[in-house]
Write a protein that binds this ligand. Sequence first.
Ligand code: SF4
Length: 417
Amino acid sequence: MDSHVILRHRDIPNIKQIEVYRQQGGYEAFHKAVTEMKPDQVIDVVKASGLRGRGGAGFPAGLKWSFIPKDIFPKYVVVNGDESEPGTFKDREIIEQNPHQFIEGVLLTCYAVQAATGYIYMRGEFKQPAQVLQKAVDEARRAGLIGKNVFGSEYSVEIHLHLGAGAYICGEETALLNSLEGFLGQPRNRPPFPAVQGLYAKPTVINNVETLANVPPIIKNGAEWYRKFGTEKSPGTKVFCLSGRVKRPGNYELPLGVPFKHLIYELGGGIIDDRPLKAILPAGASAPLLPASVIDTPMDYEAVQAAGSMLGSASLIILDDTVDTLWAVEKMVKFFRHESCGKCTPCREGTYWLAREMARIRRGEGKPQDIDLLLDITKNMSGKCFCLLGDFSTSSVTSSIKLFRDDYVKATGGGRG
Ligand code: SF4
């Protein structure tokens, strides 16, 4: 696309500096909200825009905000900036290159739900983005946009950055809250949901970085303007992370609903050495693999789900015919084994068994019946784990056996007669 809603630094040099951001109309949406709109009106505009959470689940943001009770204080806004899905690198670019748009989104969300404190949680490895963000927060505070009585109103707000120790599970919202409170980063039981009892057992909104970066342009330009991008059920633009066997990997901002083909072949330059496309992982390591035949499928939440996977964070990892299926699956399974928090048995033991069996098959020590053994392990994990990480660890195994069973048969000696 010619102009960007989120990756605006590509069109406007130095937008990370507060002066440049303000020259471009930055913080006007926050000013408009605080001086002209009631908090509920901000929620209504975001609801009408149809903005859906960009962290993976795709839940409508305005609806989530409307669940926050009006009469309980304090309440909090917590931003999930713990980006750690393999193949995902969009939030980092937003934070490093366009931090003020993101901060303005956090401030608007705080105002909408009447939270006086916002926390931005980032993984510990994000030292450089955290420095950029802290500088931007300090600039905003010096400009009177963060602090007491913003724009001379009665509304006061603070924003704090928090760096975690770097664990994938802390991207799960309740594990994130535990970590933010200083406890072990393990998921909590739900209900109660964070909107009712979140941080310090108070009502809490949790949203992802990209989601909130969408809010300032929505408040500034209106819900109808935003709905001009994307599809009816998946409005707006999305930052797609493209990696794997493509000529031009990177982040691409596109309206939701653009076909895979456009991103992979026109923007991504096609497959390295012009090899045939083998499979697409549409949402990093956690989503089921999709076959090359989905190439004309629109990239929106509904269409990708109908094709048998999920759009999630829209982190496309591209596999071509040179990629050994079992090698790729073993890598993903090992990742989840490493990141399992150990709280529940099906995941703690299941990821270990999956990784062990995949390694054994890859060493040439497997038998044809081990394919069914793998499926049996996934069956004993799916839907039986405490959080979604356990299910995610089975996606690549089950989908690859469905799509590329021959590769498993060959590796287990089934094709050798
Ligand atoms: S599914 Fe895995 S990551 Fe989630 S709680 Fe259980 S052990 Fe922890």
